[in-house]
Design a binder for this molecule. Structure first.
Ligand code: ADP
Length: 410
């Protein structure tokens, strides 16, 4: 079963085609700088060949058209006709409270995703654009929405509510939602598989540390709490995002900067985090280089980043009344031994002990804690696209009883 995964970002479209009979990647591509005259489409048919095309791509609909052209191209494509694609899975950032599972894309589901634009005004409209363009070019192919928020819909109410007037939740849906759900779910399942134990039997913390960073406490196989909130600005320190701050900073910074709340939120989203503190870069590799050259602010950014990861480990261990496994994933989590070691230091009281040799080893999937450690610490590479493809197959396989928007009441 050929399953296409589509992920539309602000000026980009990423796609991957899987043969789900063997869960193998067949082709992948990236369209960048959509909306400009010098957009590029980089297409890679694995084992067949790669191509880069530069042209004007005015919008996501044209990008979708070009993606199908590349996949079906006589020379470097991998399929002859779009009809050879059995299903398409779309990454959708925000499913609000309406979706606690992936959903087969029907009219009412599309409308429900549209209704969630208020929570993710930068992302959901683009996700919808990709969905509508794919529906136009391949109307008979079943399509599925897989939500970043869905995995976290199991959080209990006392965890997801903010301590603000209740009407904001009732009338406007203001609460913690959480993101990176497909990644947390994927690595949690894989970690349990590697350990040969049911996920439901483990108290686990998953740390997705990429440009965006979030951590999740997983108990009984379900998300109990996660560090991102109503939006992905909350929680850990990130590449460019501040994570947790005192909200009273917003009017203070607005006054200093002669701007409004929106202007401050832009600073918190784009000029903060590793970049803001170091003044060097949002990329952890640059931070390491600078701190090794004696840059004190880069060293401070590194310490702050690791400290906050450690703080959330402690918080979540107490939320779950114990801890069996910590899993690191995404660009920093998978590659950065120094971050893992520093974040896991000073956790003796929990029984966390990293083995430096295992931590530095070149294995991609690995256990990095020592034999003596009470908590197993692991590195598990994430694969959100494969998770979306699996979800798509699951839903399309059961298309007759496809889930509808969640009718759960507040
Ligand atoms: P995104 O959230 O955009 O998917 P990634 O998961 O690719 O981000 O993570 C990007 C981060 O991963 C950057 O801070 C980058 O420095 C870091 N990273 C990637 N490769 C390495 C590496 N080999 N060593 C340390 N950090 C790395």
């Amino acid at each position: 079963m050929n399953t296409l995964v589509v992920n539309c970002g602000s000026s980009s479209l990423k796609y991957q085609l899987f043969d789900m009979a063997h869960e193998t990647l067949v082709a992948k591509g990236l369209v960048e700088r959509i909306g400009s005259d010098n957009a590029t489409l980089k297409h890679d048919s694995l084992g067949v060949g790669k191509i880069t095309i530069r042209s004007g791509i005015p919008n996501h609909a044209v990008a979708v058209h070009d993606m199908f052209d590349a996949l079906t191209d006589g020379e470097y494509g991998v399929i002859k006709d779009v009809k050879e694609i059995s299903a398409i899975g779309h990454r959708v950032v925000h499913g609000g409270e309406k979706f606690h599972d992936s959903a087969l894309l029907r009219g009412e589901v599309v409308e429900a995703i549209r209704d969630c634009i208020r929570f993710a005004p930068l992302h959901n409209p683009l996700n919808l654009m990709g969905i509508e363009a794919c529906q136009k070019f391949s109307p008979t192919v079943p399509q599925v929405a897989v939500f970043d928020t869905a995995f976290h819909q199991t959080m209990p109410k006392h965890v997801y509510l903010y301590a603000i007037p209740y009407e904001y939740y009732q009338k406007h849906g203001v609460r913690r939602y959480g993101f990176h759900g497909t990644s947390h779910q994927f690595v949690a399942n894989r970690a349990a598989e590697i350990l040969g134990r049911p996920l439901a039997s483990l108290k686990m913390i998953t740390a997705h540390l990429g440009n965006g960073c979030s951590m999740t406490a997983i108990q009984d196989g379900k998300s109990l709490e996660t560090s991102m909130g109503l939006t992905p600005l909350n929680g850990l320190m990130m590449g460019q995002r501040s994570g947790d701050i005192d909200p009273a900073l917003i009017p203070y910074m607005a006054e200093v900067e002669k701007t409004d709340a929106e202007g401050v939120v832009a600073i918190l989203n784009k000029k903060s985090g590793l970049l803001g503190v170091s003044g060097v870069s949002s990329d952890m590799r640059d931070i390491h280089k600078a701190r090794k050259e004696g840059d004190e602010r880069a060293a401070m950014a590194f310490q702050m980043f690791c400290y906050r990861v450690r703080k959330y480990i402690g918080t979540y261990a107490s939320s779950m009344n114990g801890l069996d496994v910590i899993v690191f994933t995404a660009g920093i989590g998978e590659n950065d031994a120094a971050v893992r070691e520093t974040a896991c230091s000073n956790l003796d009281y929990l029984g966390v002990e990293i083995d430096p040799a295992l931590n530095e080893s070149a294995e991609r999937e690995k256990i990095i804690s020592s034999d003596k450690s009470r908590v197993i610490v692991m590195v598990v590479p994430t694969n959100e696209e494969l998770m979306i493809a699996r979800e798509t197959v699951r839903l399309v396989g059961g298309a007759q009883e496809a889930p509808r928007p969640n009718k759960r009441k507040h």
